[in-house]
Design a protein around this ligand. Structure first.
Ligand code: DNO
Length: 357
C-alpha cells in the first residue's frame, strides 16, 4: 500500500506539496491536469512539468485522478471515436512518462453528488452531506447552480462549469441512454484503450458511482459488487480495474465493503478510504475517518485490502473542514492528514499482527 494525497496542482489547491511531504508516510500524490477539459489530449510537456514539480518536492506521482471521459463516449454518439483517439493519445503520453494508474468514472452528467457542502457536525466541523429528498424536489439546473455557488469559489472535481453550463442539453443527449447502453459504451471504450494500456502497463481504475443509485433518473452502473464484477468479466484483463471507494459504495448500506474488496483480488488498482454516517435510507453525512465516528468499520476495510495483497496507492478521502481551514469542500489538509495517519496506523497494526503469527 502506498499512502498518497489527492492534489489538484499548485494553481488550484490550497494545500502545498511541502505540506503534503510532511504528512508521515505519504509517498506521493494523486494528481491531474485540472484545467484540461474532458476530451482534450494531455500534452506531454504539461505532464512532464507536473511530474517535475511533484518530484522536486521529493514526492512521486502515484496516479492520475482523473482523466475524465467526454460525454460523447458515455452517450455513444458518432464523435466518440475521435474522443477515444484523444484519450488513447493522453494515455500514451502518460505511459511514456511512467504514470500507470489512471482513475476515471463513467457517471452521466454529474460526477459525485452532495446536497450540502458544509453541514455542521456534532463536533463543530463541517462536512458534505446528502439527502435524497433534496434531489427529488429540485431540477438539475438549479441543483448545479446551487452546488457551484456554495463551493466557496473552488471548482470542484467533476463539476466543470463549461461542461455543466449546458445541463439541459446534456440531459437531452442522455435521454436515450439506458443502463445497458451506458454499460456497452463503457465496454466499447475499454476494449479500444486496451492495447495502449497493455503497452505501458497502465491500470485503469474506474471510480464507483456516488451515491450508488440513479440521481435525477440518470443511469448508474458501478454501484455494487455484482455490477463491478460484471464489468471485470466483460473486459477480463488486469488493466481493467477498480478504484475501491469506501465512501461511494458505502452510500448504500447494503454494500458489504470488505466483501467487495475480497471479491476483487488483482483488480483493485487504487483505494479511497473514508467513513460516512448513515441516518436513514438516502440520508447520510461524511464523518471523520475513525471507525467510531461513522458507520463503517475502517479496520475491516484496511484488513481486507491487506489480505488481498493490495499494493497500489491508497488515499484518505473527503475530510471534514476543521480548525478554521478554508479549502475546497472535502479537500482541506488537516482532516485528510489525520485520515492518512489513522489508515497508516491501522495498516501497521494489521501487518505486525500478521507477521507475528
Ligand atoms: C470526489 C471524487 C470524484 C472522483 C471521480 C473519479 O471527490 O471522489 O470526483 O475523483 O469520480 O473520476
Amino acid at each position: 500500500m502506498q499512502m498518497s494525497l489527492r492534489w489538484f496542482g499548485s494553481k488550484f489547491d490550497t494545500v502545498t506539496l511541502k505540506q503534503i511531504k510532511q504528512i508521515p508516510g505519504v509517498e506521493g500524490v494523486i494528481t491531474t491536469l485540472y484545467d484540461i477539459p474532458a476530451g482534450e489530449v494531455w500534452p506531454i510537456e504539461k505532464i512532464q512539468a507536473l511530474k517535475a514539480e511533484v518530484e522536486s518536492a521529493d514526492l512521486k506521482v502515484l496516479g492520475i485522478e482523473s482523466v475524465n471521459i467526454h460525454d460523447a463516449i458515455k452517450i455513444g454518439s458518432p464523435e466518440r471515436d475521435q474522443y477515444i483517439a484523444n484519450y488513447i493519445e493522453t494515455l500514451d503520453n502518460l505511459g511514456k512518462e511512467g504514470i500507470t494508474t489512471v482513475c476515471y468514472n463513467f457517471m452521466p452528467v454529474f460526477d459525485w453528488t452532495r446536497t450540502d457542502l458544509a453541514k455542521m457536525r456534532h463536533d463543530g466541523s463541517t462536512v458534505m452531506a446528502y439527502d435524497q429528498s433534496v434531489i427529488d424536489n429540485i431540477n438539475p439546473q438549479t441543483f448545479f447552480d446551487q452546488t457551484t455557488s456554495n463551493s466557496k469559489g473552488f471548482e470542484m472535481p467533476g463539476w466543470e462549469p463549461e461542461r455543466l453550463a449546458k445541463v439541459q442539453e446534456l440531459f437531452a443527449a442522455y435521454a436515450e441512454v439506458s443502463e445497458e447502453k451506458l454499460f456497452d459504451n463503457l465496454v466499447y471504450f475499454l476494449k479500444a484503450i486496451q492495447p495502449v494500456c497493455e503497452k505501458y502497463g497502465i491500470k485503469m481504475a474506474i471510480h464507483p458511482d456516488d451515491p450508488a443509485w440513479p440521481v435525477f433518473n440518470l443511469p448508474r452502473i458501478i454501484t455494487s459488487k455484482e455490477k463491478i464484477l460484471k464489468l471485470m468479466k466483460a473486459v477480463d484483463a488486469p488493466f481493467n480495474g477498480l478504484t475501491f471507494c469506501a465512501g461511494s459504495f458505502g452510500t448504500n448500506p447494503k454494500n458489504d465493503l470488505p466483501g467487495i474488496i475480497r471479491a476483487l483480488p488483482g483488480r483493485i488498482h487504487f483505494a479511497h478510504v473514508r467513513n460516512l454516517q448513515h441516518f436513514s435510507p438516502g440520508v447520510f453525512e461524511e464523518a471523520a475517518h475513525l471507525s467510531r465516528d461513522g458507520s463503517f468499520d475502517l479496520y475491516e476495510i484496511v484488513k481486507a485490502l491487506y489480505d488481498i495483497g493490495f499494493d497500489g496507492p491508497v488515499r484518505p478521502d473527503h475530510g471534514r473542514m476543521i480548525w478554521d481551514e478554508v479549502a475546497m469542500p472535502g479537500y482541506g489538509l488537516y482532516d485528510r492528514a489525520l485520515g492518512a495517519t489513522y489508515i497508516n496506523g491501522l495498516y501497521e497494526a494489521i501487518q505486525k499482527n500478521d507477521q507475528r503469527k
